[in-house]
Design a protein around this ligand. Structure first.
Ligand code: BG6
Length: 479
């Protein structure tokens, strides 16, 4: 047993198809929910339009045109020394509507070529099956994941890509940040996680969320089982957004609120990793008249489809205080949220808390006893390009440095098993939350602005060279 970063550690970077590929109609691709999302801004939510409207701007349609730049971009990743590259397969390239019988060969070919390009440089692809991009047709015709039939469509998609990339992809994840929808009052999160397009304050939103989430969890478990039958070497994980909830004070009611909020947000991990609903959720359903359609067969499927590892994103921690008007501890996200006076925030108001990453790693290790992979982490910030074409992003370096140090502490001092670290948006891309380009995470700058103007030229930031050194020294030189 060694308590250090393993030699085969999966250093790399992460992206998602809809946020960088562009080419939204190329080679037979159909529209996804991401293709009907307009651009928002800091504090201005993105709108979900009823179909694509000629007078609206949809930043994901072109994104950074990775579809036509991927060879050069992967070359840049290899220059940084990437051992892995996390991306997603756009479901709508493979099944443009989502409910067809036969896949789209041109879409499959794109990923053949993309994965071959990764392997050319010894880069291991890590693939998310559903990253906020359910086919729009499934949203319109079936109402998204509220309909059990969507499980079959997803399984057809998963089986197709598992078979096709059986020898090219070993690491998979099922649903990106599946637990975001816990915050069921946020229309955007319901739409991206589950394709549930709802009116604000829809009284059914909580019940629909539990139903949709259950069908996704069944689909995930079935995919794990089928994937292992197709290739027993596959490592198939889940993907949670982890933002640990701290109590605002040591008042017992605040501490208990934080505990209940953790239960409400992270029970998805229990289903994925332990194969069952935790008792606190079953009790909550009963006490609150929530009756999701969970069959005895579903419960067997959940047991048979336990994930191999826990993939998770970590950006920040959250803080909550007791809510007298919420005695049953429904998860109400931002309504219970408090500012944490001990933390600074990013330009977009996200708290910066490296110790929260060590906390999260410990919490996940204690609960699930599975290998962990940090598949997203990073700082969304504005970058300035100097007259010489340089980007001095020391703020990004200091954020990442502190978080990698926290990960090392968890590995070395707490004995947590971590198998990879893929910081988010390793190349600048369209923000999921705001649709902006100016909220940049990358080591590689892309010349494109919030309105879609720019040359798409790629430039190496200072963090590019810094991360290259981190990988080269296997994390021992954080400079
Ligand atoms: C995660 C998502 O929520 O955070 C990504 O998996 C997203 O898709 C990332 O881009 C950062 O969020 P944002 O809103 O800054 O893009």
């Amino acid at each position: 047993m060694t308590y250090s970063i393993p030699k085969d550690f999966l250093w790399g970077g992460a992206v998602a198809a809809h946020q960088l590929e562009g080419a939204w109609q190329a080679d037979g691709k159909g529209p996804s929910i991401a293709d009907v999302m307009t651009a928002g801004a800091n504090g201005i939510p993105r709108q979900i339009t009823d179909g694509v409207k000629a007078d609206k701007f949809y930043p994901n349609h072109e994104a950074i045109d990775f579809y036509h730049h991927y060879k050069d971009d992967i070359k840049l990743f290899s220059e940084m020394g990437f051992k892995s590259f996390r991306t997603s397969i756009a479901w709508t390239r493979i099944f443009p509507q989502g409910d067809e019988e036969q896949p789209n060969e041109a879409g499959l070919r794109f990923y053949d070529e993309l994965f071959a390009e990764c392997h050319k440089y010894g880069i291991e692809p890590i693939i998310t099956l559903a990253h906020f991009e359910i086919p729009y047709h499934l949203v319109k015709k079936y109402g998204g994941w509220r309909d059990r039939r969507v499980i079959d469509f997803f399984i057809r998609f998963a089986t197709t890509v598992f078979k096709r990339y059986k020898n090219q992809v070993k690491y998979w994840m099922t649903f990106n940040e599946i637990n975001n929808q816990t915050n069921y009052k946020e229309q955007f999160l319901m739409a991206t996680d589950s394709g549930l397009v709802l009116e604000p304050d829809d009284p059914e939103s909580e019940a629909l969320m539990y139903q949709a989430a259950h069908y996704e969890l069944v689909a995930s478990a079935l995919a794990v089982k089928i994937g292992h039958e197709i290739n027993p070497e596959f490592k198939i994980g889940c993907m949670l957004n982890v933002s640990p909830l701290y109590p605002a004070t040591c008042k017992p009611a605040d501490a208990f609120q934080a505990l209940k909020a953790m239960q409400r947000r992270y029970w998805f991990g229990d289903v994925h990793a332990l194969g069952r609903y935790p008792r606190h959720m079953e009790a909550f359903f009963k006490a609150n008249g929530l009756r999701p359609d969970i069959t005895a067969e579903d419960r067997v499927v959940l047991k048979e489809g336990i994930v191999d590892y826990i993939g998770f994103s970590y950006y920040n921690s959250s803080t909550v205080a007791a809510q007298e008007n919420n005695p049953e501890f429904h998860f109400v996200g931002s309504e219970a949220a408090q500012e944490n006076p001990y933390l600074t925030t990013s330009d977009w108001g996200w708290p910066i808390d490296p110790l929260g990453l060590r906390y999260s790693l410990n919490w996940l290790a204690d609960h699930y006893h599975k290998p962990l992979m940090i598949v997203e982490n990073g700082l969304g910030a504005k970058d300035e390009v100097t007259a010489e074409g340089k980007i001095h992003d020391d703020y990004r370096i200091s954020y990442l440095k502190a978080h990698i140090q926290a990960m090392k502490d968890a590995i070395e001092k707490d004995g947590v098993s971590v198998i990879g670290y893929t910081p988010w948006g390793c190349i600048d891309l369209v923000s999921a939350g705001t649709g902006q380009m100016s909220k940049r995470y990358g080591f590689i700058y892309v010349d494109r602005d919030d309105k879609g103007n720019g040359s798409d030229k790629r430039l190496k930031k200072d963090s590019f060279y810094w991360y290259q050194k981190v990988i080269k020294t296997n994390g021992s030189d954080l400079g």
